[in-house]
Design a protein around this ligand. Structure first.
Ligand SMILES: *[C@@H]1O[C@H](CO)[C@@H](O)[C@H](O)[C@H]1NC(C)=O
Ligand SMILES: *[C@@H]1O[C@H](CO)[C@@H](O)[C@H](O)[C@H]1NC(C)=O
Ligand SMILES: *[C@@H]1O[C@H](CO)[C@@H](O)[C@H](O)[C@H]1NC(C)=O
Ligand SMILES: [Zn+2]
Length: 454
């Protein structure tokens, strides 16, 4: 207690009359007394509020700590860490061939099978959920002529039904997406994908697996874009009017030495529209030229590393070295393919072998440029431990064991791909804002349209 004229701070500033000694009981004193009481009440209320504030702060810190550990440090156990990570950053696979299964097994009769029950392939809804899948590109694929027992001729001119067949595959994808609205949501932008995932849906993109599906026509590309297509692979396993293919295990003879003149126009039009240039399946020269020409980021939707397993279909180091965000490089994501014959020698494809591809690519490009492009339902066998879409967490756990942090893992599982798509969207809106017109070029081998004298 105060003893020398100091006052308890709660009782007012020094120099004020002391109520206890004040003998002046006039109006002034009464007023003072009332003010004191108000001061005391204010002080008490202030004290209570302070205590409440400190309590809230402490419990807030406690909660923050819990939230912090939820979003931050992952559990030590790799399986638990992968599960935790994928809860907030689920898998977005660059290439799944479910529509091909629908076509080749069921003639696209979507009532002949049910994605809620085990399918003949690698993909169904229970396994997608178990695998913590938040999105994928539905590959709308129709075979190269040679693989369909056809011959387009050396100028790719013979009439085929590939545009029809591609439309059928877009259609069956949408029918399936609409049949399970609780599970799938058709998306065409990175923001739509994020909100679909946030609402617990599987963000469903559409990608065309080969420019042989374009009917030699940029107008067809524009209409695919209208229908929601967001990547076109420049080739499948055949050369086409736009570009050379990389073949399969071995390279195939080239026609253009990379991109054709129309292939350059195709890339420009894809950049303008906001369709991702996909370099899987292309020849090395096609990939190099496309990297030089594109204004937008690119992907390899389902390709692994040639230095780890030496086959034509994988990406060589000198091309990986052109991927990045520093000067002269192109932002890209290489989405690793699980096909055993792309991953390792016969009988040796497993989780570790796929992880080696991821690590090798990341060692050259940086970890922000790797993703997952399993090729499920498009491959006839699978690595041990990655048998179907329920198994992605095993691969994420393996990368965690190898020291990848939560941001790198989230990039690998899907965010790197969304970054690329957002970049492609930005370039497209820039080009459109600058008034870049649609490409009206016609394939010069066509004879069915009037052509100005060249
Ligand atoms: C589609 O498959 C269902 C179930 O097998 C069958 O009942 C139906 O007739 C098929 N529809 C067509 C048009 O073939
Ligand atoms: C194209 O179609 C014609 C007529 O059906 C056929 O004779 C030819 O073998 C096909 N391929 C080429 C190379 O023109
Ligand atoms: C990647 O680099 C790390 C660190 O330098 C190394 O330990 C690892 O073996 C490399 N992995 C591959 C697959 O090249
Ligand atoms: Zn493919």
């Amino acid at each position: 207690m105060a003893t020398n004229g100091e006052r308890d701070p709660l009782l007012g500033p020094p120099g004020e009359p002391n109520l206890a000694r004040d003998t002046n009981l006039g109006e002034h004193a009464a007023k003072r007394a009332a003010q004191r009481r108000a001061d005391i009440i204010r002080a008490v209320v202030h004290g209570i509020l302070t205590v409440a504030f400190v309590a809230a702060l402490l419990s807030g810190l406690f909660l923050w700590d819990k939230i912090g550990s939820y979003a931050g440090a992952l559990p030590k156990d790799p399986a638990k860490a992968a599960q935790r990570l994928l809860e907030s950053a689920p898998v977005i696979d660059g290439h799944i061939d479910l529509p091909e299964l629908a076509r080749t097994v069921y003639a696209n009769n979507i009532t002949a099978f049910d994605l809620n029950t085990p399918t003949l392939g690698h993909v169904d809804i229970p396994r997608l959920k178990k695998g913590q899948v938040g999105g994928f590109f539905w590959s709308v694929y129709t075979a190269c002529p040679a693989h369909a027992g056809l011959d387009d001729g050396e100028d790719f001119l013979n009439a085929t039904w590939r545009v029809r067949d591609t439309l059928e595959q877009i259609d069956v994808s949408k029918l399936l997406i609409n049949r399970y609205p609780e599970t799938f949501e058709l998306v065409t932008t990175s923001d739509q994908a994020k909100s679909a995932i946030a609402s617990g849906k599987i963000a469903s993109f559409i990608g065309v697996e080969g420019a042989h599906q374009l009917g030699n026509s940029l107008a067809v590309l524009r209409q695919y874009h209208e229908l929601g297509v967001r990547y076109v692979t420049l080739t499948h396993m055949c050369n086409n009017a736009f570009a050379d293919s990389g073949g399969y295990l071995q390279p195939i003879p080239t026609k253009w030495g990379g991109l054709s003149p129309l292939g350059y126009k195709l890339i420009e039009e894809m950049n303008r529209l906001g369709v991702i240039v996909d370099l899987s399946h292309t020849s090395d020269d096609t990939a190099r030229q496309a990297l030089k020409h594109t204004k937008a980021p690119v992907i390899w939707s389902h390709s692994s590393a040639r230095a780890v397993h030496n086959i034509a279909r994988n990406v060589p180091d000198d091309i990986l070295e052109r991927v990045g965000t520093t000067d002269g490089k192109v932002d890209a994501v290489i989405m690793v393919n699980f096909a055993p014959q792309f991953v390792a020698d016969e009988g040796k494809a497993n989780v570790q072998a796929v992880a080696n591809h991821i690590d090798h690519i990341a060692n050259i490009t940086g970890r922000a440029h790797v993703g997952l492009g399993s090729d499920y339902d498009g491959i006839d066998s699978t690595p041990e431990g990655l048998e179907d879409v329920s198994k992605y967490p095993a691969l994420v756990a393996e990368m965690y064991k190898r020291g990848w942090d939560r941001f790198e893992l989230a990039g690998l599982s899907g965010r790197n791909l969304l970054r690329i798509l957002a970049g492609v969207e930005r370039v497209a809106s820039d080009l459109q804002a600058h008034g870049v017109p649609p490409a009206l070029d016609i394939y010069d081998k066509r004879t069915d349209l009037p052509r100005p004298e060249l």
